[in-house]
Design a protein around this ligand. Sequence first.
Ligand SMILES: *Cc1c(COP(=O)(O)O)cnc(C)c1O
Length: 378
Amino acid sequence: MKENRYLLLTPGPLTTTAGVKEAMLRDWCTWDRDYNDVVEELRRGLVEMALRDRAECANYTSVLMQGSGTFAVESVIGSVIPRGGKLAVLSNGAYGRRIAEIAGILKIPAVELRFDECERPDAAMLAEMLADDPAVTHVAVVHCETTTGILNDIESVGRVAKSCGKKFIVDAMSSFGGISLYMDDLDIDFLISSANKCIEGVPGFAFVIAKRVELAECGGRARSLSLDLYSQWKTMEEHRGKWRFTSPTHVVVAFAEAMRELKEEGGVVARNMRYTANRDMLIRGMEELGFRALLPDELRSPVITSFLYPEGVGFDFTDFYESLKRDGYVIYPGKLSERDTFRIGNIGDIREEQITGLLAAVERYVKRLENEAPSLCA
Ligand SMILES: *Cc1c(COP(=O)(O)O)cnc(C)c1O
């Protein structure tokens, strides 16, 4: 197999294993029984992963949806909120804001409770809002806000939403598979994630895990033909793993391999430990080189870490990015409205060895800056 030109230290698409890449070397027929069986096993596997209590599995179901994660978010927002319903979104970053934007485009009544990007959404404010606005039927929140890497307290948000009788939607795109999260513990009605994040597949589809009774009520609600979550589900249920339209076959079999490898690694708990070790090592090393993480320890997820630009005139992100890329590491620019940051992902097929290599590349860049402007990085 061809060598990778660089490692992706980005939270999706991310660095995949050779096994996941190799799974894509075969062609599959989209409606053949063998292939549809792979889909069915994935659907069951996702439901099992999302629940603490195995006895609950019969009450939940899953749907795979073509496209990137946003397509699945849009399919949920557009397919589950009935005419006459209203969505409340708690946002503290770009992905929360995107949920509200989707509702706006689909002309679904929505209210957005905005929080600072370095703060967790406050459930007490949701409680106040719900008391003032009884028209709200659904509450949506992002678990790990990938904008900063902040890990939101969805438990307290869910408790408020549920005590007020609302349906609870969680964008767990960048956390599911890497951070323990159980839908039955939190009484989540719809959970959304995608193939190319913590489960470490390749991009091409996303998925929704839902309470069966809730999804069963969504017939006829969709504002889109191709993103109709209910119809997609009906087809998969009734035809046992069949997709309505051309399915991303190679991506699906790669994902099946990724799920197998996740199990082999020791499941979500083991993966979380690896990500956490990556992150801790990364932050320690970056701090030694003069960088500072944006978020305090208690708000950080193990998925992605935002760093502030170092003080002084010498730092230029494009220059930094190109320098790391030449050394074989690709990172992310920041996404914050008010602070200059860049982001480094800790997920994917990344271990201590790769973090060591990255830190050495960062050190080379810092040394070069120091040589150019000796006083800046002291
Ligand atoms: C990645 C991500 C998405 C979806 O982004 P796509 O680019 O459409 O895959 C949505 N929400 C969160 C929190 C994410 O991290």
